[in-house]
Design a protein around this ligand. Structure first.
Ligand code: MG
Ligand code: MG
Length: 633
């Protein structure tokens, strides 16, 4: 199937938009009339420019308030149509979108509208133009695709067909299954848009909050399955009105858009195996299961920072177990957690250090098939990552992750699983290291600008078999941070995405100082947080100190045993519970530009991340924030 996007969906002038759209891999564009009107060029020049970018004009839109008008407005509407047909001829566009009439002057009646469309079809046919009719969710008389289809059916002209738009159908909660009975060849065009579930005026919701399929809460997948079942094999086009997108980078928004369509078609193809859907062939979403999905987390650091991280890891109970055969790269381990510290003076980690300072530059994920993971990611527009392989090194499949980092993939199918034996040799860590009972990584927390959150959600959910949790607000004393998690069903992959809206929040400060989004904290899992806290204290670890007021409030809020509150207070452990279980959290002070470690224990299937505790944790971190550098041990 061909892909297109409406020019109104992205920022820039028409030329910038077309360049970004073509680069992202779309086949065509919907020319939104205002984008054309604002451009300083004749219709012929615009048509040529579109074709020069290798694109086609899939649709010209919108033509408003046409059907059901009383005279003399009716005659005027036809005159307007004729002028638009002239313009389309110059542009080289052969399909126009007529949206259902929203004018208070319009009259109802299916046959009246059908007659108008029949006449319009006759006139359009003489010009080789086709007319598509779309039911706007807020149309005066027609606001349901079933009514629009009935009008098209009765108009009974080969140049008049139906245009479907997922937003209008799904926003009005019309069952998309009703589309299945429409003949596919009578559907002229399909527009796709998702949106977050917000209870508001339909017009305002549509004009400002649409987003890419898979980024919102509407069942665009169910809609598209029904469309595919009709036999429709025309263009799938994104018509996304979103203020944030219009203020964002045309390049990145276009890439997200193309990814969302490729991902959607792949899902539909798998769900409807009897229907032939032309789309990119790729491996299915990558299963994420098993206990230790995160194989390693790698820090880029200079020597001084590396010594600081090493000292902190030691009191956390990690042992320095291996060193790279040819590079300044060290492996620290506890339980199933592998932390790599890279102080090389060349290569990717070094480049990342120059740009971002000390940071998590690389994450290794354990998957069933590393090559298939890269193949799928590439099909979805992710950038493959390659760097020269040094002596004794293995070639590990990788892609560029978010915020300039790298994701490596390790599987059990090949030598990749033996990476620690092949690329590293054991070292004898002479210091006495007492394990603190840390078992594995519970979650990775990535911090980003709020505008990047949808990109991240789409990136992870399209590649991996994961889903997103509802967005929650984290209250930083200096502003709001939005938080959303990407999770696999069994919890073996948990990534929290934190979107900062300003620089004064702890998250916003981190992004500003680090020049971009990145992992801001790693949460380690313990099966007995009180035993872990004791072992940490014995190692000399100093936890982030939580205000005593927090524990007073905890006692008032929740009916907890006094002795439990006392134990929590003494160990500076934060507490939360949900319908299923309990959650315990312990934090390290921040280091570097605001990075920190967290230790958690989940009891009885607690599903969250302690968002309710975040304001207290953030306030404590701000009290303890050092301008720069590492805590001293
Ligand atoms: Mg539309
Ligand atoms: Mg956390």
């Amino acid at each position: 199937m061909k892909t297109a996007i409406a020019t109104v969906s992205i920022a820039g002038d028409l030329r910038e938009k077309l360049a970004a759209i073509a680069a992202a891999g779309f086949d065509g564009v919907e020319i939104f009339e205002n984008d054309f009107l604002a451009y300083d060029g004749s219709p012929r020049e615009v048509g040529r420019m579109v074709r020069d970018y290798g694109l086609e004009i899939s649709l010209f839109q919108p033509f408003r308030d046409f059907e059901g008008m009383p005279e003399p407005q009716r005659a005027k509407a036809f005159d307007r149509a004729e002028r638009k047909f002239d313009l389309m001829g110059e542009l080289g566009a052969d399909l126009v979108l007529v949206c259902s009439n929203a004018s208070p002057a319009s009259l109802g009646g299916v046959d009246r509208a059908a007659q108008d469309f029949h006449e319009l079809g006759v006139r359009a046919a003489t010009r080789g133009i086709r007319v598509g009719y779309e039911a706007l969710a807020w149309g005066r008389h027609v606001h349901d695709h079933r009514d629009a289809w009935e009008i098209v059916r009765r108009a009974d002209h080969p140049n008049v067909g139906l245009i479907l738009d997922s937003f209008h159908t799904l926003a009005r909660k019309i069952d998309p299954e009703t589309i299945r009975s429409i003949p596919g060849d009578r559907i002229f065009f399909v527009q796709l848009a998702d949106a977050p579930k917000i209870d508001m005026d339909l017009l305002y919701w549509s004009r400002h909050f649409r987003n890419m399929p898979g980024e919102g809460d509407l069942d665009v997948f169910g809609f598209m399955r029904a469309v595919a079942a009709t036999g429709y094999n025309g263009t799938l086009s994104l018509e996304i009105f979103n203020d944030q997108f219009r203020g964002g980078s045309p390049k990145f928004i276009s890439v997200d858009g193309h990814r969302s369509l490729v991902y959607l078609m792949d899902r539909v193809r798998r769900a409807e195996p009897d229907i032939k859907i032309e789309c990119i062939d790729m491996p299915d979403r990558i299963a994420v299961s098993g206990v230790e999905f995160v194989e390693f987390v790698e820090f880029a650091a200079d020597e001084e920072e590396a010594a600081g991280i090493a000292a902190l890891l030691r009191v956390l109970g990690f042992a320095h177990v291996r060193r790279h055969v040819s590079k300044d790269v060290d492996l620290w381990r506890q339980g199933g957690i592998n932390i790599v510290i890279n102080t090389e003076r060349e290569g990717f980690a070094h480049a990342s250090h120059i740009v971002h300072g000390m940071n998590v530059c690389d994450i290794g994920l354990k998957v069933e098939d590393a090559a298939a993971t890269v193949e799928r990611a590439r099909a979805l527009g992710a950038e493959p990552f390659d760097q020269p392989v040094g002596p004794g090194e293995m070639k590990i499949p990788a892609i560029r992750g978010l915020g300039g980092g790298v994701l490596h993939f390790i599987d059990d199918r090949s030598d990749l699983a033996r990476i620690w034996d092949i690329e590293f040799r054991p070292v004898a860590d002479k210091s006495v290291v007492r394990s603190t009972g840390l078992l594995r990584i519970d979650h990775l927390a990535q911090t980003m600008n709020y505008e990047e959150m949808l990109t991240s959600v789409l990136f992870y959910t399209s590649i991996f078999r994961t889903s997103k949790t509802p967005m929650v607000d984290v209250v930083d004393p200096a502003g709001l941070v939005r938080s959303q998690a990407i999770e696999s069903d069994d919890g073996s992959l948990r990534i929290t995405l934190n979107g900062a809206e300003n620089r004064r929040t702890l998250a916003g400060h981190f992004i500003a100082e680090r020049f971009g989004s990145a992992v801001q904290h790693l949460a380690f899992e313990s099966s007995d947080i009180f035993a872990t806290a004791e072992a940490l204290t014995a190692n000399g670890f100093k936890p982030l100190k939580i205000s005593p007021n927090y524990y007073e409030d905890l006692a008032a809020r929740l009916d907890l045993d006094e002795s439990l509150i006392d134990r929590l207070r003494r160990a500076h452990i934060l507490y939360d519970r949900d319908g299923k279980g309990e959650y315990f959290q312990l934090y390290s002070p921040g280091f570097g530009e605001g990075f920190f470690f967290e230790i958690v224990e989940r009891r009885g299937g607690y599903g969250g991340y302690g968002a309710v505790n975040a304001p207290f944790r953030i306030a404590a971190q701000k009290r303890h924030m050092r301008p720069k550098g590492m805590p001293k041990y």
